[in-house]
Structures are given as C-alpha cells and as structure tokens.
Design a protein around this ligand. Structure first.
Ligand SMILES: [Zn+2]
Ligand SMILES: [Zn+2]
Length: 361
C-alpha cells in the first residue's frame, strides 16, 4: 500500500510502498477514506514535538471502512464506516491500573507512537470507534476527531457555555472557527470573533459570528463592551495561545467570567493585574482534547442538520502530494480551515469521483 513516511532524524518525508499492516488482538484494519492535516502533525516535522519512532506514518484525524477484524473483535463488522480514536492508553500508569483508561497519563498517540492514516490502510484499536451515520460526508467525518471535537470539548465541558452567555474567540483558524459555530449552537449570544486577518474575520462572520473585530483594534475593550450591551464576556476562548491574546481574553471578562486556553505555545502566562483577577473573581482554565463520545454527538448534530461543516474541508489533496498539503497548512495559503488527504486519488478527477462514491452510501 501507499503510505507517507517521516524519517524523524533527517525530517525527510516520502510517499512509499509499504506492507499492509495486520490487525492484532482488539484491533481492526481500516481502508482510509480521508485523513486531515493538523498543526500537531507539523510539530513533529518541525521538531517542536519529540519523536518517538525513527520512522512513522503521520495523520491522526481519519475516517474509513473496516476491512479486517483482529482476533477477539466482536462488536464490529467488516464494511462498517467509522472514525477511530487517535490514542491508545498505556495500560501501566496509575489511571490505567484503575481501569480509568480515558485519563491515561501516558497516552500513546496515533501518528506519534504508532503509524497513522496518511496511508491507504491503518490499524486502529476497536475500542472507542464511532460509527459514521448515513448522511455525514466521509471527509467531514475525518476532521471530527480533533479539529471539531476539541472545540466541542472546550465549549461544552471546560467553558461550560450555556444559553445567553457572551462568548469571544481569539484566533479563527481550524479550531477557533469551530468554537464560534459550536458556541452559537450552545446558545451563546453574542458570539464575537477576533483575529488579525481580514479574510478570516469575514469568514467567521459568514459562519455565524455576530461581531468580528481585529484584535489589534486600539479600542477593543470598548468595542466588546458595546457589542455585549455593557456586560462584557462570560466565556473567552484563546485558540492562539500566546501572551497577547490570553491577556486580552482575561481583560475582556465580566465579573466571574472564564477564560479557556485552547491554543498552545511555550510562552509564560500573562493574565494582567492580579488585583483585577482577584477582585472580579475571574477564572483561567486550560483545555486539551476531547472524549470519544464527543465525536458521536458531533456526528449526530451533523446528521440532524444542526451543525454545518460544509465549509470546513477547504481542500482535498492526493496522498502523493502530501508535501504540498503540509505546505498549505504551514503557510496558511488561502486560510484553510482543514486540508484533508485522499490516499486513493492521483488526480483532481479521482478526488471528485471518490467523493461521489462515498456519498452514495
Ligand atoms: Zn489533530
Ligand atoms: Zn496509562
């Protein structure tokens, strides 16, 4: 089969023929339909994330069809269309020994600790998979794991957004755009988008933000006060994760408001004057990832027509052009929300034909 390979010492990326992997006990073999290109994949290439294997197939946001069951797998059948989880619990840490696998302290991540899905086939654990309901396009299903589920977890569990909350989102890329859509779905009003790119601001408005502001706007806090009718922000999301954006997010909060940090960087946290933080009872909370059930709920929301991700897959590229796909994500060419890989296409015509074939199901 064809697979992308990253040689982690030289950072060389190839697309080469490798043997189709065999599913072990409790695992299944998937024929990959689509797999997203995520910023965390780039962080293994640029060295920000330490390599765990000398050579690895990347890609961890995928959809596919089961083509083989490993020994002992009884809950699934060949032909099922699924979204796999992108990690395996270690089995030996304190939480795993208690059976609390979801909170494993040393989760082995797909595409880092074992081969991922920028390939025609991938072996994944049978536990934790989500069945893709009819009516959910396979390319949208692929990005639910992470690109949409992380925003869902941030809005629902960490941000606890509820009806009528004023919400502001800093950084309107793949993660921030979906936070805007999901906060709106949760009943937030107003939903305010902030970024430094005019095109991205315009897109957020089209996708449902009530107001958008350039985050370098000198009177930003005044604008937020006007947009919220004087009450300021109940839940602020920082999807950028740098000092400047987090400080603004904290400053924007109403009394007892909460700032949720979703973006990641190595910078120190700057929450502004400690006095204000204490006097106004503000909260700052970090957020990472999602639960398998979030993927299921998102699929249901799409199926019911409540959540429209038709703008979220900005481009589909053939696996052989993976380097080009990585470059588009790296340079933000055309401000993509998500770029996904079709491992079976060679040409634009193949991409369209495969898409139509998947939609026939
Ligand atoms: Zn990801
Ligand atoms: Zn563990």
């Amino acid at each position: 089969m064809l697979a992308q390979r990253l040689y982690t010492d030289t950072k060389e990326i190839t697309v080469e023929e490798v043997p189709i992997p065999e599913p072990g006990p409790g695992e299944v073999l998937l024929k990959v339909a689509y797999c997203g290109i995520c910023h965390s994949d780039l962080s293994l290439i640029d060295g920000n994330f330490p390599p765990q294997l000398p050579v690895v197939t990347q890609g961890h946001e995928c959809s596919g069809e089961i083509v083989e069951l490993g020994p002992g797998v009884t809950a699934w059948e060949v032909g099922d269309k699924v979204i796999p989880v992108s990690g395996k619990p270690c089995g030996v840490c304190r939480e795993c020994r208690r059976g609390n696998f979801a909170n494993c302290q040393d989760m082995r991540l797909m595409a880092f600790a074992y081969d991922g899905a920028w390939a025609q086939y991938v072996v994944v654990p049978a536990a934790g998979m989500t069945r893709i309901p009819d009516g959910v396009p396979m390319e949208q299903a692929a990005i639910l794991a992470d690109a949409v589920a992380t925003p869902f977890g941030a809005v629902k569990r960490t941000g606890k957004v509820s009806i009528g909350n004023a919400v502001a989102v800093w950084g309107l890329g793949g993660i921030g755009t979906h936070i805007v859509q999901i906060a709106k779905l949760a009943g937030a009003v107003p939903v305010i988008g902030l970024d430094v790119n005019e095109d991205v601001l315009k897109r957020a408005k089209e996708l449902g933000a009530d107001y958008v502001f350039h985050s370098n706007e000198p009177d930003l806090m005044k604008k937020l006060r006007e947009a919220t009718g004087g009450r300021m922000i109940d839940v602020a999301f920082d999807a950028v994760g740098i000092q400047a954006t987090f400080r603004q997010a904290i400053e924007s909060l109403d009394f007892h408001g909460r700032a949720v940090l979703v973006g990641l960087s190595g910078q120190d946290i700057d929450g502004g004057p400690i006095l204000n933080f204490g006097l106004q009872g503000k909260e700052a909370i970090g957020h990472l990832g999602y639960k398998a059930v979030d993927i299921y709920l998102l699929a249901e929301l799409i199926k019911a027509g409540r959540l429209d991700l038709s703008k979220s897959v900005s481009k589909i590229i053939p696996l052989k052009d993976i380097k080009r796909g990585i470059e588009i994500v790296e340079t933000k060419e055309g401000n993509p929300i998500r770029v996904v890989v079709d491992p079976w296409a060679e040409t634009e015509a193949d991409i369209e034909a495969n898409r139509a074939k998947h939609d026939d199901f």
